[in-house]
Design a protein around this ligand. Structure first.
Ligand code: CA
Length: 225
């Protein structure tokens, strides 16, 4: 699981990153609201930890913009302030949980576990759906009606990212990072090749779902019926 930490206190952010990585998560950091929003919109994150008081854009605004853009990743808000009104503002902006600094690391980890459990339709059940398609995680099987095909690991990872973010355009860059990883030397045309494999499989299944190309940007799923 990949966690984005948006926190301008650099030492606290680094402590959080170390804590998360010790506990098996991959964590990235941003230190201001604008870059936090840009990164969060990449849709490669399973959870976003978002501070309220941030330079360039405050956490509430970041959260409202994220939700308006269709990002449904769980958001855990952090703040040094403990006033009720802040909690209400945070929850009204679409936060899933609110933690007041200073907090116990155990509480933070428990929150993250709870938040990733709280999206059963997206993350914990075996099956993702889009239009007439069902993607089974345990067997890498893609079904449409009574037809089915087995996907390769990379095909599965790409389609999963597209299905988890059905309202969003997924950029080639995000697909590269999510499927091949940051350190890989894979390039855009690797993504294009795997998209063509997936399109062939959708055709074979006679699915009405199409992978639409958004020129110069990326791809999105389009249930056409
Ligand atoms: Ca802050």
């Amino acid at each position: 699981m990949r966690v984005l930490i948006v926190e301008d206190e650099v030492r606290l952010a680094a402590t959080l990153r170390d804590l998360l990585e010790l506990n098996g998560y991959t964590a990235d950091m941003c230190h201001d609201g604008e870059s936090g929003l840009d990164n969060a919109l990449s849709s490669i994150y399973d959870v976003i930890i978002l501070d309220v008081m941030l330079p360039r854009m405050d956490g509430f605004t970041v959260l409202r913009k994220l939700r308006a853009a269709g990002c449904s990743a769980p958001v855990l808000m952090l703040t040094a302030r403990s006033e009720i009104s802040d909690k209400v503002t945070g929850l009204d902006s679409g936060a899933d949980y609110y933690l007041t600094k200073p907090f116990d690391p155990k509480e933070l980890l428990a929150c993250i576990r709870a938040l990733t459990r709280r999206q059963p339709e997206l993350r914990d059940t075996d099956c993702l759906r889009c239009g007439d398609l069902q993607l089974e995680k345990s067997s890498f099987t893609l079904r449409c009606g009574d037809r089915s095909v087995r996907l390769s690991r990379k095909e599965f990872d790409m389609l999963e990212l597209l299905m988890l973010n059905q309202k969003l355009v997924i950029t080639k860059e995000n697909l590269l990072v999510k499927v091949w990883g940051y350190d890989s030397d894979a390039e855009d045309n690797n993504v294009e090749v795997y998209i063509s494999f997936l399109r062939r499989k959708l055709e074979h299944l006679h699915s009405t779902v199409k992978i639409r190309t958004i020129r110069m940007v990326g791809y999105c799923l389009e249930p056409t019926s």
